[in-house]
Design a protein around this ligand. Structure first.
Ligand code: NAI
Length: 286
């Protein structure tokens, strides 16, 4: 049997989640997707209408099959955590069972188990504000959506992950070096995610023989990145200053993820792996 992957954080064909899904599908994995509830409708409609068919094409010519799309809001762990204004909001009230615990239960009921868990989501409502101007609420929201969401996903999916399986998340160098403009506590959230990668690698390794790694990816003009506002500048900066002066393709990060969750990486856990054309190694702009 091929491996089964659950990928949280796909809502279009531009981001890292989509590229990871494709790389895993190309390697023979079955693809399940978790899509943010407010983005679910448009994503499913676009899929159904064939809007993504061009970008679903795999190297062997076939089209990536997404077996099932689950609505997900990784900011909520159980139905009891959902505030009334969210529950009754019309973007949410049309679907159900989208808290992390419920999604894990649904996947268990539908498929029994998974082998691969991918976290490719982040959100920071105040990302455009400097840290000094970030509110407590905005900071905690960034950590909740971008860091704890991984703890929660791993916690709830671990019991249905087959031993030898692996999980992966996406991080950014702003966790360790100052990137002015990556604000709202998002740099803090990535630092937490990277530290948690080590602790969770230990805990999930001992508990379920599951590996946990994170990819520190270079800049990509995804939907989320465009909301930050300076992504084009970051892409140009990377092109000008990285050891490898080439465009960074989402597929390159997808391939890195496919390697890290495969048996080829069976001794790698708790690591931050850079897929950034080497930009992180530079100490001086050129
Ligand atoms: P993206 O827009 O394709 O992915 C972010 C996804 O998160 C979206 O699908 C969005 O709907 C989803 N999301 C937001 N809040 C959610 C919630 N509460 N529950 C469930 N889903 C939620 O953008 P991108 O850039 O591909 O982001 C994927 C990951 O890559 C993120 O962790 C991001 O921080 C990371 N990353 C991105 C870089 C870039 O330059 N684009 C660089 C380094 C890391």
């Amino acid at each position: 049997r091929g491996k089964r992957a659950f990928i949280a954080g796909i809502a279009d064909d531009n981001g890292y989640g989509w590229a990871i899904a494709k790389a895993l599908a190309a390697a023979g994995a079955e693809i399940l997707v978790g899509t943010w509830v407010p983005a679910l409708n448009i994503f499913e409609t676009s899929l159904r209408r064939g809007k993504f068919d061009e970008s679903r094409r795999l190297p062997n010519g076939s089209l990536m099959e997404i077996i099932k799309v689950y609505p997900l809001d990784a900011v909520y762990d159980t139905p009891e955590d959902v505030p009334d204004d969210v529950r009754t909001n019309k973007r949410y009230s049309g679907t159900s069972s989208w808290t992390v615990k419920e999604v894990a239960e649904s996947v268990k009921n539908d498929f029994g188990s998974i082998d691969i868990l991918v976290h490719s989501l982040a959100n920071g409502p105040e990302v455009t504000k400097p840290l000094l101007e970030t509110s407590r609420k905005g900071y905690l929201a960034a950590i909740s959506a971008s860091s704890y969401s991984f703890v929660s996903l791993l916690k709830h999916f671990l019991p249905i992950m087959n031993p030898g399986g692996a999980s992966i998340s996406l991080t950014y160098i702003a966790s360790e070096r100052t990137i002015p403009g990556y604000g709202g506590g998002m740099s803090s959230a990535k630092a937490a995610l990277e530290s948690d990668t080590k602790v969770l690698a230990f805990e999930a390794g001992r508990k379920g023989k599951i590996r946990v790694n994170t990819i520190s990816a270079g800049p990509l003009g995804s939907r989320a990145a465009k909301a930050i506002g300076f992504i084009e500048k970051m892409i140009e900066y990377s092109y000008a200053n990285a050891p490898l002066q080439k465009e960074l393709l989402a597929d390159e990060v997808g391939n890195t993820a496919a390697f890290l969750v495969s048996p080829l990486a069976s001794a790698i856990t708790g690591s931050v792996v850079y897929a950034d054309n080497g930009l992180n190694t530079m100490g001086l702009a050129t």
